[in-house]
Design a protein around this ligand. Structure first.
Ligand code: SF4
Length: 390
């Protein structure tokens, strides 16, 4: 093999292809991780795992996968699930459209195909949430179809193996990579080969400090020969990070607090959160009080911040300040608010919460247990706010 430019196709002699295939499959046989979705070739667990693994690391996915399969053990269970129950079992994994699309596609398969997955790549692509990678992964792993599946890990390995320059997100290099992946794929065991390649990227050909000494392809790798392994794949320009300043209120009333369901076309639609919003440069506490009055028709008095949460959603770096709040008299004739619920702390687990709301619940739970441990103190603990009186 020789060093290639981005648009130059990869052509490998058959003997070289066989050596690469044999070396990788033998390595995979020895080194593959035991993962729950590898216990069966049934398309349903393969599909669920592939969708969960998009943008998410294996160790994060494992407990979610186990919980999800326990809640919805069959395609029919998923198709018939209550959407809130579905979101509750996905909450924390992020990218919730993945869960919604999974259910939409499950319903189509149950309704129109007797619960069977399409036998062709083209038909699989028609299902909601199934793109080229997912279709190829499911059809190769569950049905032994010879389709190369290129995820981020595979792209990294192939870019390095063939020393391919350029941005792999752009079409000239994308096509070169897809052709190279397809050339390497064996007619027998294509699903194992795809998984082996993904495994190599996830455990050996790491983004930083690739473990080339342990790599079954080290004697073939062009990037290693040229000392380029750390510099490939080349990255395109990343989208700029946006800083977002947000505030939310834990409005307490008679031991319960208020959560509301995100509605409309908002990101994280149908998940539950504490009332609040994004406030730019304005006085965040004043703006929060005004927003709660405008949106929920409730007058509140804020206490000191309960906690500050830093997290990220897509390209937004969010700093969320969470305040304790109490209702200010006079109370409205009814505290029932459309799309919102007054709940006890112990009921929070019944709702699919945003990741930020889950962290607030953790803070409230920790605060409650600290109060239990030191009941005689009668005041605030270190780092916790003085509780407001209703
Ligand atoms: S030799 Fe190193 S850079 Fe090349 S494929 Fe293997 S781990 Fe990746």
């Amino acid at each position: 093999m020789s060093k290639l430019a981005a648009t130059q196709a990869v052509h490998l002699p058959p003997a070289e292809i066989r050596r690469l295939q044999t070396g990788l499959l033998a390595w995979y046989q020895q080194q593959q991780r035991q993962l729950p979705w590898r216990e069966s070739r049934d398309f349903y667990p393969v599909w669920v795992s592939e969708v969960m693994l998009q943008q998410t690391q294996v160790q994060t996915v494992v407990p979610y996968f186990l919980r999800f399969m326990k809640a919805f053990p069959t395609l029919e269970d998923l198709a018939g699930a209550d959407p809130q129950d579905l979101l509750r079992n996905w909450a924390g994994l992020g990218y919730y459209s993945r869960a919604r699309n999974l259910q939409k596609a499950a319903r189509i398969l149950v309704r129109e195909r007797g619960g069977q997955f399409p036998g062709s790549y083209r038909e699989a692509l028609r299902l909601p949430g199934i793109g080229r990678y997912t279709a190829a992964a499911i059809l190769s792993i569950a049905f032994d179809q010879p389709l190369a599946a290129l995820d981020g890990n595979v792209v990294r390995v192939l870019s390095r193996l063939f020393c391919l320059r350029g941005d792999p997100a752009k079409s000239p290099l994308q096509k070169v990579l897809a052709d190279a992946g397809q050339q390497l794929l064996p007619a027998r065991r294509p699903g194992d080969f795809n998984q082996a390649l993904m495994e190599l990227g996830a455990t050996v050909c790491l983004p930083r400090n690739p473990r080339c000494l342990l790599c079954p392809w080290s004697s073939h790798c062009e990037a290693l020969k040229s000392g380029m392994q750390e510099r490939l794949p080349e990255k395109g320009k990343r989208s700029e990070m946006i800083l977002s300043r947000q505030a939310a209120a834990v409005i307490r009333h008679r031991g319960r607090f208020l959560i509301r369901r995100r509605s409309g076309s908002r990101l994280l639609r149908d998940l539950w959160e504490f009332p609040g919003g994004e406030f730019g440069r304005s006085d965040i506490a004043d703006s929060l009080v005004r927003q709660i009055q405008g949106e929920l028709d409730l007058k509140v008095r804020l206490g000191p911040p309960l906690t500050t949460i830093k997290h990220a959603v897509t390209n937004r770096r969010i700093t969320l300040t969470v305040y304790e709040a109490r209702l200010k008299p006079p109370l409205p004739p009814t505290l029932s608010i459309p799309g919102a619920r007054w709940i006890w702390l112990s009921q929070a687990g019944r709702y699919p919460l945003t990741a930020a709301a889950s962290r607030v619940i953790q803070a409230l739970t920790a605060e409650k247990s600290q109060r239990r441990v030191q009941p005689q103190s009668g005041g605030s603990q270190v780092g916790l706010p003085v509780p407001l009186k209703s």
